[in-house]
Design a protein. Structure first.
Length: 151
């Protein structure tokens, strides 16, 4: 057990927490529409699967979840350290790509309507930022020493 309690794995655990929070922000309000000074929020099911929904955003959130779970799983897998480094760097690139998918939701919805009234709510912005933090944590975890924190 002490062998798994390394600085690298602690950073990966932090990335897992940020990634899970980013995924669960999917269930918050995704968009807001502003029309004549009135602001109305659009829930996640309408924003992603409604008439003008953006399935690409759901794919982004799903990639966030799968990436952070894979980062956590590879901490326990005994494979070559060089291959594990490449896999984790690839997963961090995938996390950044999924953050981009989350950020373009309003642009995809705006492209389908005549009015330019849909804007990102706070939840997808925070989710994208948390996904980028998780990606940076995953990438940094591969370059810190893999020494045990407990003796």
């Amino acid at each position: 057990m002490k062998k798994l309690f390394t600085l690298s794995n602690v950073i990966k655990l932090g990335a897992l927490v940020f990634g899970l929070v980013a995924f669960f922000l999917m269930f918050a309000n995704q968009l807001y529409a502003e029309l004549l000074g009135n602001k109305g929020y659009v829930a996640f099911d309408d924003a992603m699967f409604g008439d003008y929904g953006s399935v690409i955003t759901f794919i982004g959130y799903l990639l966030i979840l799968l990436s952070v779970l894979a980062v956590c799983a590879f901490a326990f897998v005994n494979i070559d350290s060089k291959l594990k480094r490449y896999i984790n760097l690839g997963l961090s690139v995938l996390l950044i790509l999924s953050a981009i998918f989350v950020f373009i939701e309003a642009a995809v919805v705006n492209g389908r309507v005549d009015a330019n009234m849909y804007h990102l709510a706070a939840a997808p912005i925070i989710a994208g930022i948390f996904a980028i933090i998780a990606a940076l944590g995953t990438a940094v975890s591969e370059f810190v020493p893999h020494k045990e924190l407990l003796k």
